[in-house]
Design a protein around this ligand. Structure first.
Ligand SMILES: *[C@@H]1O[C@H](CO)[C@@H](O)[C@H](O)[C@H]1NC(C)=O
Ligand SMILES: *[C@@H]1O[C@H](CO)[C@@H](O)[C@H](O)[C@H]1NC(C)=O
Ligand SMILES: *[C@@H]1O[C@H](CO)[C@@H](O)[C@H](O)[C@H]1NC(C)=O
Ligand SMILES: *[C@@H]1O[C@H](CO)[C@@H](O)[C@H](O)[C@H]1NC(C)=O
Ligand SMILES: [Zn+2]
Length: 581
C-alpha cells in the first residue's frame, strides 16, 4: 500500500526528490556562495582614506625666516666633515658590553672605557656640557636636562645608548676597516656602533650644540638619556635611568620619547617611500622545562627515558604552532592600511587585496585573506604570530647510564594580542598531557599542578630569563604623531628628496612593530608616546647598516638627515599647540 501510495502521487514524489537534490546542492554550495558573497562585499567596498591621513608639513619658524642652517647640515661639505670627526671619535672608543656583566660597582675595571667615552663627549661638546644640567646614573648612565622656560610643557625626551655589541674575534679579518678605527671613505663611516647607535647619540648632541650656537632658548624642556648596556638588556643602565627619571619628573611626565629604531624606507607593497616609527614591540618569554627521572643502568631501561619524554614534548610543541592573528591592536594592520590607501602607480597590491586590508579589522573573510598573504613570508608571518623556537636541549651524561635530568628551553616572541599567561598556560597544558601519560608530577611557574609524589619523575616549568610583555602601543591619532609625521615630511620632502630624486607623492608616516626590544622597555611609565625612530632613508635597513655584524657602517647622508630631524623637531614641538589635548 505504501508503494502504491507513492506511485499514486508521482508529482509529489518528483517534488520531494527535486527538493532534496536542491537542498544537497545548497549544502555543498553554501560555503562557496557565502565566500562569493564575502568576496563581493570586499570587491565592491570603497576605500576610506581617513584610516591613514597624510599630515601637513611642519616647518619651524626659524626655517621659514632663514633656512640656511638646515640646508647647511644636509649639503655643506665642511659641516659634513666636522660631523664625521665627531662620530668617528665616538666609534674609536670601544664601549663593548657582554651579556650578564656584573654591575659597575662590582667590577669597575670592566666598565672603565665608559669613563673615556664620557671624557670624549665633554671635550667634543663643551657648550652642551656648559649650558645643560648633566646627571650621572649608576656612574655611566648620562641624563642631560635642558631646562625650558615654560614648566607647563612636558619635556621631550631623546634616547640612545653608549654601548656596542662585541666584535667576534674570528671575524676581525673580514672587516674592510678595523672596527674601532671609525674610518670614513667619503660616503660611509665604518665601525662597531657607527649605526647602532653612536650615530643617534652624537646626532642628539650635535643638534643641541647647533641650537645653542644660534642662541636658542627652549620653552619646552629637553631630556637626553643615554644608557650603557642596551645590548645586554639595559639592566644596569636604562633600568636605573628609568627609576631616576620617574623619581625626578614623575609618571606620564614626558611629552614623547624618541629612541633608536627604524626610519624611512621604500615599502615593498606600494613601492613608495614611507616613514615607519616603531610604535609597538612584541612580547618575549623564554620557558625552561626540566624533567628529572630515576637513574639506572641502560641495560634495563624504562620504555621512555627523560630524553625521550622531553623529545615528545618538543614534538607536541612543534606540531601545534600558534595561529596567526591580526586585529586593530596590532600597529602592523594600520601600517598595511597606510600602504593600501596611499599606494601609487607602481605598487604591487591588487585592488582586491587593498580593499581586503582596509576591511581586515572587522571583516572575518577579509582578515583571513590578509593573513594568508602575510603567512606566505616568514618576516611578515611573525609580525602577526607568536613564535616558538626550541633553542636548547640538554640531557644525559654517559652512554651506559639512564639520563636523570633533561632540560629544554623554548623561546617565544609573543603577538600583541596574546598575553604571556596564555603562552605559559598553553605550555603547561602540553606538558600535562605527557605527565598524565607517563605518571609524572608537574610544577608550573612555582605552582604544583600534579603532585602525587610520583616515583616516576617530575616536570618543572619555569622562566629561563626575564619575560617581557608586549609594549603598550603608541597612539597615532594625536598631536604628537601629527608633529612627528609633519616634521618628517618637512625634512625629507623639503631637504632630502629634492633634485633628481624628488617624489611625486607625500611621505606617509605609518606605525609599525619591532620584533626586537630597545631601552624603551624601561620607559613605559614616562609617556605613552614612545617612538623607536631614527629618521634616515635606507632602502634596506639590515644591508644598509650591517648592524651587529662585520663592516657595520653608517651612510653619512643618513646621519645628517637624522641630525636635521632632531634640530627641526625640537623646535617644532616647542609650543603648547603641539600638546595632546
Ligand atoms: C631656502 O630659502 C631660499 C631663499 O628664500 C629659497 O630660495 C630656497 O628655495 C629655500 N630652500 C629650501 C630647501 O627651502
Ligand atoms: C595524580 O593526581 C591527579 C590529580 O592531580 C589524579 O587525577 C591522578 O589520578 C593521580 N595519579 C596517580 C597515579 O595517582
Ligand atoms: C617568571 O614568571 C612569572 C610568571 O609565573 C612572573 O610573574 C615572574 O615575574 C617571572 N620571574 C622573573 C624573575 O622574571
Ligand atoms: C612602572 O610603574 C609601576 C607601578 O608604579 C611599577 O611597579 C613599575 O616598576 C614601573 N616600571 C618601571 C620600568 O619602572
Ligand atoms: Zn641599539
Amino acid at each position: 500500500m505504501r508503494g502504491l501510495e507513492i506511485h499514486s502521487s508521482p508529482d509529489k514524489k518528483k517534488y520531494v526528490i527535486g527538493g532534496a537534490i536542491a537542498f544537497v546542492i545548497l549544502v555543498i554550495a553554501a560555503p562557496f556562495l557565502s565566500s562569493t558573497y564575502s568576496y563581493l562585499k570586499i570587491a565592491t567596498s570603497s576605500i576610506d582614506e581617513s584610516i591613514c591621513p597624510v599630515y601637513d608639513f611642519k616647518r619651524p619658524a626659524s626655517f621659514l625666516i632663514d633656512n640656511s642652517t638646515a640646508v647647511e647640515i644636509i649639503n655643506d661639505e665642511k659641516f659634513r666633515l666636522k660631523s664625521v670627526q665627531k662620530v668617528s671619535g665616538a666609534v674609536r672608543i670601544d664601549t663593548t658590553v657582554f651579556d650578564n656583566q656584573p654591575d659597575v660597582d662590582d667590577d669597575p675595571k670592566l666598565w672603565a672605557n665608559f669613563a673615556k667615552f664620557h671624557k670624549y663627549l665633554e671635550l667634543t661638546f663643551p657648550t652642551v656640557y656648559a649650558l645643560l644640567e648633566v646627571n650621572y646614573v649608576n656612574t655611566y648612565g648620562i641624563v642631560f636636562h635642558w631646562k625650558g622656560s615654560d614648566k607647563h610643557l612636558k619635556p621631550l625626551m631623546l634616547a640612545a645608548h653608549q654601548d656596542v655589541v662585541p666584535v667576534q674575534k674570528d671575524t676581525l679579518d673580514a672587516w674592510t676597516y678595523p672596527p674601532f678605527e671609525g674610518h670614513y671613505d667619503g660616503e660611509y663611516l665604518y665601525g662597531r656602533g657607527s649605526s647602532d647607535c653612536k650615530n643617534v647619540l652624537i646626532a642628539i648632541l650635535e643638534s643641541f650644540e647647533l641650537l645653542i650656537s644660534k642662541g636658542y632658548e627652549p620653552k619646552r624642556s629637553i631630556v637626553a638619556a643615554f644608557g650603557f648596556d642596551e645590548e645586554a638588556s639595559g639592566i644596569v643602565g636604562a633600568q636605573n635611568i628609568a627609576k631616576y627619571l620617574e623619581k625626578t619628573f614623575g609618571k606620564e611626565s614626558m611629552y614623547a620619547i624618541i629612541d633608536e629604531g627604524q626610519g624611512l624606507t621604500t615599502d615593498a607593497n606600494t613601492n613608495q617611500v614611507i616613514a615607519i616609527p616603531g610604535t609597538g614591540e612584541k612580547g618575549y618569554v623564554d620557558i625552561l622545562v626540566e624533567l628529572t627521572t630515576p637513574g639506572g643502568h641502560s641495560s634495563v631501561p624504562p620504555d621512555h627515558t627523560s630524553i625521550g619524554i622531553v623529545s615528545e614534548l618538543a614534538y607536541l610543541i612543534e606540531k601545534d604552532p600558534y595561529n596567526s592573528i591580526l586585529t586593530e591592536k596590532n600597529p602592523y594592520l594600520n601600517y598595511l592600511q597606510c600602504g593600501a590607501v596611499h599606494q601609487g602607480k607602481k605598487g604591487g597590491l591588487s585592488s582586491f587585496m587593498k580593499k581586503a586590508i582596509l576591511r581586515a579589522g572587522f571583516d572575518k573573510y577579509a582578515n583571513s585573506k590578509v593573513l594568508e598573504l602575510l603567512r606566505a613570508n616568514l618576516l611578515t608571518k611573525y609580525l602577526v604570530t607568536t613564535s616558538q623556537a626550541i633553542d636548547i636541549v640538554k640531557g644525559g651524561e654517559k652512554v651506559n647510564a639512564l639520563p636523570e635530568y633533561t632540560k629544554m628551553v623554548v623561546n617565544h616572541r609573543v603577538a600583541i594580542e596574546t598575553t604571556l599567561d596564555e603562552v605559559r598556560s598553553n605550555f603547561i597544558e602540553r606538558a600535562k598531557i605527557l605527565a598524565n601519560k607517563y605518571g609524572l608530577d608537574l610544577e608550573g611557574f612555582g605552582e604544583a599542578i600534579i603532585d602525587n609524589k610520583s616515583s616516576k619523575g617530575k616536570f618543572v616549568i619555569s622562566n629561563f630569563s626575564s619575560p617581557l610583555k608586549s609594549a603598550p602601543v603608541t597612539p597615532v591619532d594625536d598631536k604628537v604623531w601629527e608633529y612627528l609625521a609633519g616634521t618628517t615630511r618637512h625634512v625629507f620632502e623639503d631637504l632630502v628628496f629634492t633634485k633628481g630624486n624628488k617624489l611625486d607623492y607625500p611621505i606617509v608616516t605609518a606605525p609599525s612593530i619591532m620584533t626586537g626590544n630597545t631601552d624603551t622597555r624601561y620607559y613605559w611609565n614616562l609617556t605613552k608616546n614612545i617612538f623607536r625612530y631614527s629618521p634616515m632613508y635606507l632602502d634596506d635597513f639590515v644591508k644598509g647598516t650591517n648592524i651587529h655584524s662585520v663592516d657595520e657602517k653608517l651612510k653619512f647622508d643618513n646621519h645628517l638627515q637624522l641630525l636635521t630631524f632632531f634640530y627641526e623637531f625640537i623646535q617644532n614641538v616647542d609650543t603648547a599647540e603641539a600638546n595632546n589635548k
